[in-house]
Design a protein around this ligand. Structure first.
Ligand code: HEM
Ligand code: NAG
Ligand code: NAG
Length: 338
């Protein structure tokens, strides 16, 4: 590691610490004091005694992966979201004789990435402190680190999740909304798991990173709603024309056409000019919901407000349906139940 890397790392740690103290105050004054219980049984630093290097090991794993493949930051952030209508690492389980896992559910098939990165981080953690760090926590910490690696804000991740003993393809299909969803469908899907309309708008800002397949946004190409920028439309039509009939095609477009690998508020700026990629992105402003549109505009004006709300919403999302206490287990291999 050269001097520059060390400096960057120290800066990141400062940023995390600084953000974390501000978030703690706003989230819940009473129960975040002094690192005691925060979410439903989650802790500020669950591995302090039993695996003090856990977060460093995860950060290095994410850093290496992102250096090799810059898109991996986006993919790891998304993996945590897709785990988190119940953050229990169920998304990582391969199919068995007893259940069909989530990897083949519609929102995930030929789309989720990063499983091998999580495997390699997990194997390092098993060498350092066997049987201690859950796969669900690796996903939560890696999501934070991915945002940091993309010049986004940092925060203190709550840990102490345990891993599920099963997975449900049906639940993944039912809970994760698709890209053709209307604003109201998105609001409902998030409210079903306790996330508010403002959480929805803030979390959608994750689409400032990463890519989507033509099959995810092909309904934008017909311009039936008249809400797409015409130059943008033309470039997408050209990109996708070769393969518009093949839904498994891996021709990809950036979710944020301006700064595709930087975590910033450009995603919201794009929505103002009709350059949201997914129908579900553009629906936040053109979908007839004044409340979501209002929040989009506020994030265009104030990137700091977006960051603050994003952090709060990530902490909230990260505590959905978590397993704690004696529930679940700490998997040795993230792909299979012990
Ligand atoms: C609001 C509802 C959401 C919908 C309908 C949605 C839908 C999608 C779709 C269709 C893709 C492209 C998949 C593909 O074509 O392979 C995608 C990519 C992505 N999503 Fe979402 N998403 C939503 C919310 C979120 C949230 C809450 C996060 C994280 C906090 C997130 C993070 C990402 C990221 C980072 C990518 C790019 C992944 C990559 O390049 O590997 N999304 N999303
Ligand atoms: C904050 O924590 C207290 C004590 O655990 C709890 O009763 C209260 O509902 C929490 N408030 C919020 C906004 O989460
Ligand atoms: C969205 O709708 C279009 C038709 O307008 C369809 O071709 C496409 O498969 C749908 N995408 C998803 C992911 O459901």
């Amino acid at each position: 590691m050269n001097v520059l890397n060390v400096l960057v790392l120290e800066l990141l740690i400062l940023v995390v610490a600084n953000h974390a103290s501000r978030v703690s105050k706003s989230l819940n004054e009473t129960c975040l004091e002094d690192g005691i219980v925060v979410g439903p049984g989650l802790l500020k630093d669950a591995y302090k005694d039993r695996c003090p290097d856990a977060e460093d090991i995860i950060f290095s794993g994410v850093e290496n992966a992102v250096i090799n493949d810059p898109r991996m930051a986006a993919s790891l952030l998304r993996l945590h979201f897709h785990d988190c209508f119940g953050c229990d690492a169920s998304v990582l389980l391969d199919d068995t004789n007893n259940f069909v896992g989530e990897k083949t559910a519609a929102p995930n098939l030929n789309s989720l990435r990063g499983f091998d990165v999580i495997d390699s981080i997990k194997s390092e953690l098993e060498s350092a402190c066997p049987g201690v760090v859950s796969c669900a926590d690796i996903l939560a910490v890696a999501a934070r680190d991915s945002v940091l690696m993309s010049n986004g804000p940092g925060w203190e991740v709550q840990t102490g999740r345990r891993d599920s003993l099963s997975a449900s393809k049906a639940a993944a299909n039912n809970n994760i909304p698709g890209p053709n969803s209307t604003a109201q469908t998105l609001v409902n899907a998030f409210q079903n798991v306790g996330l508010s309309l403002s959480d929805l708008v803030a979390l959608s800002g994750a689409h400032t990173l990463g890519r989507a397949r033509c099959s995810s946004f092909n309904s934008r190409l017909q311009n039936s709603k008249g809400d797409i920028n015409l130059d943008f439309l033309q470039s997408l039509q050209q990109l996708c024309s070769v393969t518009s009939t093949n839904s498994n095609s891996n021709i990809l477009a950036d979710l944020d056409l301006v700064t595709p690998a930087t975590f910033d508020n450009q995603y919201y700026v794009n929505l103002l000019s009709g350059e949201g990629l997914l129908p579900s992105d553009q629906a936040l402003i053109g979908g007839g919901n004044d409340q979501t549109a209002e929040i989009v505009r506020s994030y265009v004006e104030d990137e700091g407000a977006f960051f603050q709300d994003f952090i709060r919403a990530m902490l909230k999302m990260g505590s959905i349906g978590v397993l704690t206490g004696n529930d679940g287990e700490i998997r040795r291999n993230c792909r299979v139940v012990n």
